[in-house]
Design a protein around this ligand. Sequence first.
Ligand code: XCC
Ligand code: SF4
Length: 636
Amino acid sequence: MSKMNKTIDPAVNYLLPLAKKAGLETAWDRYEAMQPQCGFGELGICCRICWKGPCRIDPFGNGPQRGVCGADAHTIVARNLSRMIVAGAAAHSEHGRHVALTLLEVGEGHAPAYQIKDEQKLRDIAEKLNLSPAGKDIKQVAKEVALASLEDFSRQKHSIPCNWAKETMSAERVDKLAKLGVMPHNIDAVITEIMGRTHVGCDADAVNVLLGGLKGALADYTGMYLSTELSDVLFGTPEPVVTAANLGVLKKDAVNIAVHGHNPLLSEIICDVALKMNEEAKKAGAKEGINIVGICCTGNEVMMRRGIPLATNYLSQELAIITGAVDAMVVDVQCIMPAITSLAECFHTQVITTMRENKITGATHIEFHEDSAFDSAKKIVEVAIDAFKRRDNRKVNIPDYKQTAIAGFSAEAIMAALSKVNAKDPLKPLIDNIVNGNIQGIALFAGCNNPQVTQDNNFITIAKELAKNNVLMLATGCGAGAFAKNGLMTQEATEAYAGDSLKAVLTAIGKAAGFNGPLPLVLHMGSCVDNTRAVKVAVAVADNLGVDLDKLPVVASAPEAMAEKAVAIGTWAVALGLPTHIGIVPQIMGSSVVAEFLTEKAKDLLGGYFIVETDPEKAADQLFTAIKERRKGLGI
Ligand code: XCC
Ligand code: SF4
């Protein structure tokens, strides 16, 4: 394979040679050992849906063109893709269900560890869901909102769309999606339906299978949306906060607890409890007490809400352990490499799993339940303090790299900043600047890291290019992590990289909103589920202009995508009307029908479409071209 750089992250570049010297293996080593990867799998033309298989279609046309059952490449690729999408939807919506059930508990007066932290938001949501909250007790409102959300997991009438999908899109979009038959009515049922229709001998029309996939993606959207909004109710709606990112946030003289995964239900309580256990940590010899740091999206969640520093993003999670300074890595769900437990054996680090349905061999399991959240959190912090006592200081290598990062730009926070410019009509300054071209468009960066490309490089390269072209940028997930670690969520980055008119706008808003300078170049909108925050802003802009999302100069990019969740997110972005770039060749290229549908036909049907481009410079060009095309369409 080519001698591509593994990463642009300086902390990772510092640690990888040390890891190698110590004989410690990382994802990059395993990726190299995996070469060459299976060509059939890469193209999506390997079917393992039944035991007559595996069946492989010969992409060159010489060998078999149909599986044993007769399924062709198009059917196989479409089925594989749809199943990826609903796996993503399942992951996100399980997270959402968990949060909704907790809100119900709170509404019913159980789960004492949780409160309603943002009453106004809860009432706004109730209003949005047509629950007439006026005059009702807040607990009653919580209960009703939780039940209306859970209805999106249980409704049996196909003709009634999910509350959280219907009430968060434009009426035009709801109508368009309903006509295509892809509006979800029940998240669980849609996931089940798609698993069923892709079973051997069922839906074999590739386009119909893909329409199923779109519905699955919109179920994903629904689960994510409610997950984010209800988390804000329970834990507070993020506001801008200055913090730091990269492995240099670990402290030599503290008990370092890394919270990793996705669901804030546990990490929030750990933060509460750890703050109270500082003295115990000091007693154990940690002069600076307890230091909580985040990884992946749990990291984004606690960063947005509490200013807790982000240690690293997906691909470098193992490096956190290799610093020798992490005393406990506490994980919940999703994007946790099983590799971390064997790596932790070479150190004193305790890997602690917390969810019954997410265990890892070799980890310590301390099960977390909402009703006894404080107890499990306390136990976890105790284990971390105990591990700290066994830390071998000769093995500690904390890279001296961290960057300032301003996080916390929820939709509400962005509106609040804008309202400082125009209190009566907060959207006006944003819209005026889009219309007059000071802001050419908006780009949302999302998604993971993937060792197929140099870690973080696609994000940074594309963003710098778009910044020059005066595109306003938002980021979530490990993309947000990439920007935070590499210093693009700073005011300095705006000064250094923004085009003149973008800089002027970010400065005007920043100064009005009390930032003492410009807003950061890339706005941190949160974790993966928080992509819906960006939709909220975009839909507000679109409504204001009286158009649908597919007319706006708004694009999305997942330049280092990897997870099934990312596949689901990208697909709903397309379904909502956004040109959506992916920088990794998706496993669909074995079917011309599927590839054409997603990159071309989707445009006629939905307005949104996929752009596949692995070269970041070219990708930036294509994204900007899409923005200009949209501007032209609007006549601006
Ligand atoms: Fe996972 Fe959300 Fe991807 Fe990161 S970005 S690797 S999904 S943690 Ni969502
Ligand atoms: Fe082969 Fe058809 Fe079975 Fe797939 S479903 S493994 S193509 S026989």
